[in-house]
Write a protein that binds this ligand. Structure first.
Ligand SMILES: [Zn+2]
Length: 85
């Protein structure tokens, strides 16, 4: 009976998990908040749980987060193409 609980936990979806559809809708907002340093896992726990549980969505989030950070698109505090000489 030992492996049961682990398997059961693995198979059971976290009740907070919002699912792929809602996670995708929230993803760009979530990524911008995360890039800005907001406690997104507290503010959007359902999305945070889903991104951990769902490989494809997690990868999308990583890519989006990198893009948001790279572009500094949140408030325009950083120019998209800084001059560097
Ligand atoms: Zn998903």
């Amino acid at each position: 009976m030992n492996g049961w609980s682990a398997l059961d936990r693995f198979l059971r979806t976290d009740p907070r998990d919002v699912g792929c559809g809602e996670a995708m809708e929230m993803l760009h907002i979530y990524a911008e908040l995360a890039a800005a340093g907001a406690p997104v896992d507290e503010r959007c726990p359902g999305v945070a749980v889903h991104l951990l549980a769902c490989g494809p969505c997690g990868e999308d989030f990583e890519g989006l987060l990198a893009a948001v950070r790279g572009q500094g698109s949140l408030t325009g505090t950083r120019a998209p193409r800084p001059h560097r000489l």
